[in-house]
Write a protein that binds this ligand. Structure first.
Ligand SMILES: [Zn+2]
Length: 266
């Protein structure tokens, strides 16, 4: 059986891929990662991601949104630009958006305002949301609760939380995106305990490239840059924790991603 995975979080517009993006995409396909959803994190990367996806419609879609780090810059004109991007067919989700109180690069009130504004846009555009949350679980779930039923769907991207945080996300109908954080036995301990409890129909996999290089890759790459081609390594770690085969994780996560983002038949 030919494996086939979808990387739902790849920052392929990142500077570190500028020199060899085509080779990175070819290595992903070679490794069985047949489709990627390119993350937009601000207006610049969101429009670059949309252009890249438009150039490779059989391989890529993209998200468009403003990360909580950049929330302070989210004004009326950016909002207009974003709603314009959301009309494009290759832009399949709003985000990443959410709350990050760990770094607070933007003040929390600006973060909440930008988050709510993007949830409104997602509801209006009938597109799901790609969610980022760090150290802000209570406010994050409270805001999402207000939108429950209005959103087409949501994924807690790079979920790293505990069992009870997982239950809160599931109760909000969220999908759960798991990265190579799961390959880190120390830092990923809470996540590793949560992974077996994610329902098979809510699980999604992502690399968050070029960030979060899996710690246990052998041989360990010389570069610290993560790439979509390492997604099978992450899926294998997830399969082991869940007591499932790699093939069954590949099959369910690919089906989930296709449904969630409306990627259409292949
Ligand atoms: Zn993120």
């Amino acid at each position: 059986m030919k494996i086939s995975l979808i990387d739902i979080g790849s920052n392929l517009t990142h500077d570190s891929f500028a020199r060899d993006r085509d080779a990175v995409m070819a290595r992903a396909i070679e490794a069985g990662v047949r489709y990627q959803v390119i993350t937009g994190a601000d207006m610049g990367s969101s429009s670059q991601a949309a252009a890249l996806a438009a150039a490779h419609p059989a391989l890529l879609s993209s998200t468009a949104g403003v990360h909580p780090h950049h929330a302070q810059s989210f004004d009326a004109s950016r909002r207009e630009e974003l709603s314009e991007l959301l009309r494009r067919p290759q832009v399949v989700a709003v985000g990443e958006c959410g709350l990050d109180y760990y770094r607070n690069f933007s003040p929390p009130d600006a973060q909440r305002a930008a988050f709510i504004a993007q949830l409104e846009l997602a509801a209006a555009a009938r597109k799901p949301v790609f969610l980022h949350q760090r150290d802000a679980h209570a406010d994050f779930t409270a805001i999402l609760k207000d939108f429950r039923g209005r959103l087409t769907g949501g994924v807690a991207h790079c979920f790293t939380g505990s069992r009870s945080e997982l239950e809160d996300c599931l109760a909000l109908d969220l999908y759960i995106g798991v990265t190579g954080w799961v390959n880190d036995e120390r830092r990923g301990q809470l996540l590793r305990e949560s992974v077996p409890h994610i329902p098979a129909d809510r699980l999604l996999v992502e690399t968050d490239s070029p960030y979060l290089l899996p710690r246990d890759l052998l041989p360990h790459p010389r570069s610290r840059r993560n790439e979509p081609c390492y997604l099978p390594h992450i899926a294998l770690a997830i399969a082991r924790l869940r007591g499932e085969t790699f093939e069954s994780v590949a099959e369910s996560t690919t089906r989930n991603a296709t449904l969630f983002f409306g990627l259409g038949p292949d």
